[in-house]
Design a protein around this ligand. Structure first.
Ligand code: ZN
Length: 232
């Protein structure tokens, strides 16, 4: 445990909720930042508030350390468009070999905005759920990208940020197990009930692993990980 403050990039999904729990177990003060970039479904943004409120009411140790939540607008990503998260198009693979849910440079925008906020709030530790072990192949989730972005931020703001990515090497089954280690069954229950990973933002169909359409790549990843977590 350190007395330092961290800012967690918190989207309302499984991964960033696990990262928030990790930060709350390790930093003296934790703030959260989310981004409104014109996502087609508002389900993730709604989930953020439910998760924060349950963290405050059900985890007394964490509640003491959980500080302000910030929501920043990055509408520019919707203006640029061309992806299935902000445009009304069907999720598919594109010619580049990436799914069309890829928003070019999204994590670079997020980290730059989060770092600028952190700078103002006298915080130098950022936490994000980027993962290169079990993901859709997004190049802005790679450890190499994180290292380069850290370098650019430190040069550009003449300071010393650390970007923590506790899930970088974990597959989805390991991420479920990690959450259990951090917050026990209570955290697993919160993640299942409240977090949104589904690209469609489906809150109608409740599965063992939570709500989701059960068909999109994010649901598939979450479902397969959960199966391997409960019966390794
Ligand atoms: Zn889905």
């Amino acid at each position: 445990m350190t007395a330092k403050k961290a800012i967690v990039l918190f989207s309302g999904g499984q991964d960033s909720t696990t990262c928030l729990a990790w930060a709350l177990s390790r930093f003296g003060r934790v703030e959260t930042v989310g981004f409104d970039y014109g996502q087609r479904n508002g389900a993730e943004l709604a989930a953020r508030q439910r998760i924060l409120s349950r963290m405050r009411s059900e985890f007394s140790d964490w509640a003491k350390r959980l500080g302000s939540d910030h929501l920043l607008s990055l509408e520019v990503l919707k203006q640029i468009g061309g992806n299935a998260l902000t445009d009304n198009v069907k999720i598919a693979m594109s010619e580049s070999g990436l799914p069309n849910t890829f928003v070019p440079g999204r994590n670079i925008f997020f980290l730059t905005a989060a770092a600028a906020l952190a700078y103002r709030r006298e915080c130098r530790d950022l936490v994000g759920g980027m993962c290169e072990a079990d993901y859709s192949g997004y190049p802005d989730c790679r450890a190499d990208t994180m290292e380069a972005v850290t370098h650019a931020l430190n040069l550009g703001m003449d300071t010393h940020f650390t970007i923590h990515t506790p899930l970088m090497k974990l597959d989805k089954a390991a991420t479920w197990a990690f959450a259990e280690q951090l917050g026990g069954k209570a955290l697993i229950d919160l993640i299942v009930e409240e977090t949104v990973s589904c690209y469609e933002g489906d809150r109608e169909h409740r599965r063992a692993w939570g709500y989701g359409c059960g068909k999109c790549p994010a649901c598939n990843l979450r479902a397969r990980g959960y199966e391997r977590y409960v019966s390794p």
